[in-house]
Write a new protein. Structure first.
Length: 136
């Protein structure tokens, strides 16, 4: 059993409850990603202290990112295996088997309508959809 700490108004309250983390999915490999969906972006160059200041101070050698640079770096993420609701699967499904659940809730698949063509998995930019054969 894990213990969750919740900070409320600068006080810590300890709650004992059982916590079950969500099951982890396997990360998408590069072969499953559709890199055509993403634009090329160079990484941000972070400021570095010169050698004299490194020897005479205890300041950080490599500087941090400001808010705009951090947001730019976050946009470079490929979301390997994590759906970011781009709606590609919803748009390419010829059988209307993909159901939108709303913002932040991702999608569901109606297997009664799905014929298993795999277009959704081919068009998914982050490799979040895996088509598996059904056991009989």
């Amino acid at each position: 059993m894990r213990i969750c700490w919740i900070g409320v108004r600068r006080r810590q309250y300890r709650h004992r409850r059982s916590y079950q983390p969500a099951p982890k999915h396997e990360p998408a490999t590069f072969e499953r990603l559709n890199t055509w969906y993403y634009t090329d972006a160079e990484k941000t160059v972070r400021p570095v202290l010169d050698i004299i200041r490194r020897q005479s101070t205890f300041d950080e050698v490599v500087g941090g990112l400001d808010e705009s640079n951090a947001l730019f770096e976050a946009r470079r993420c490929l979301s390997c295996g994590n759906c970011f609701e781009c709606d590609n699967c919803y748009g390419v499904c010829p059988d209307s088997a993909v159901i939108k659940l709303g913002a932040g809730k991702r999608f569901a698949f109606n297997y009664d309508y799905c014929k298993g063509c795999g277009l959704c998995a081919e068009e998914c930019p982050c490799g979040a959809i895996v088509v598996e054969l059904e056991e009989k």
